[in-house]
Ligand binder design. Structure first.
Ligand code: C5P
Length: 236
């Protein structure tokens, strides 16, 4: 896969004009666009359709976590848009993951679309061991991530989202999965509020398939040039 196709740009603004500008300027120059909760709650399915109609791929990052029947319904609805990736929380358990994957596949097939890749989000990188213990998980974050990755793989998830620091271990447990990694900073960029970061080349050599990249591209004066430089860094 070419470096540019590995880049999923996080469209994290509630400003529709800015989001459109970013998507129009980057479609064809990156692998796709991550639409998360803020954007989706602000501008909804209409914006997802707009990106898809313009030829962009969509990673719908809504981190579904509910009873299996509800997640199946939501995953099916997301698949009918024609998104390429969608996320569920691994903590929802194997039955929820399995039902989400099956429903997404069936809905896509009914529409004549390729099935989206259902990605399991393991432990959010905002958590630490202490916080996990407070919610009743008596493991380290690292161990919990690996256990959840193994479980999600066995439940049929198409891949996982994890930090650059975890990706090598997750790759061992999820050999065929699509591993999607945020927390990417080009060698020259500011870390912003990210602490568990890696360069694009390092993340890919550790086993990442796709890199979620926000501010290093979206806050650049020239997002297309910033994306091209990162793609070059990956390919080089
Ligand atoms: O701007 P930046 O490159 O830090 O954006 C990263 C994107 O990835 C944001 O949408 C952020 O919410 C998301 N993300 C993350 N770390 C995680 C999970 C998601 O930075 N562990």
């Amino acid at each position: 896969m070419k470096g540019k196709d590995r880049i999923l740009v996080a469209v994290d603004t509630p400003d529709l004009g800015r989001a459109r500008e970013l998507v129009q300027g980057l479609t064809g120059r990156v692998g796709g666009f991550k639409i998360g909760l803020e954007m989706f709650i602000s501008h909804g399915p209409a914006f997802v359709r707009e990106v898809l109609d313009g030829g962009g791929k969509v990673f719908l990052d809504l981190k579904l976590h509910d009873i299996p029947n509800t997640v199946a319904g939501a995953a099916g609805a997301a698949a009918r848009y024609g998104v390429s990736f969608l996320t569920v929380h691994a903590l929802g358990g194997p039955e929820m993951i399995r039902r989400g994957v099956v429903a997404a596949g069936a809905a896509a097939e009914a529409e004549g679309l390729p099935a989206p890749t259902v990605l399991a989000v393991t432990i959010l990188t905002s958590h630490d061991d202490d916080e996990l213990h407070k919610v009743g998980i008596d493991k380290s974050c690292g161990d919990a991530v690996l256990q959840l990755a193994s479980m999600a793989c066995a439940a049929g998830a198409g891949g996982a989202v994890c930090s650059p620091l975890e990706v090598a271990g997750v790759r061992e447990r999820f050999p065929q999965g699509a591993l999607v990694v945020p927390g990417i900073r080009p060698a020259s960029a500011a870390a912003d509020d990210q602490s568990r970061i890696a360069t694009p080349a390092r993340a890919v050599s550790s086993g990442a398939d796709y890199l979620v990249i926000g501010r290093p591209i979206t806050r650049s004066n020239n997002p297309a040039d910033a994306a091209a430089a990162i793609a070059g860094e990956i390919d080089g």
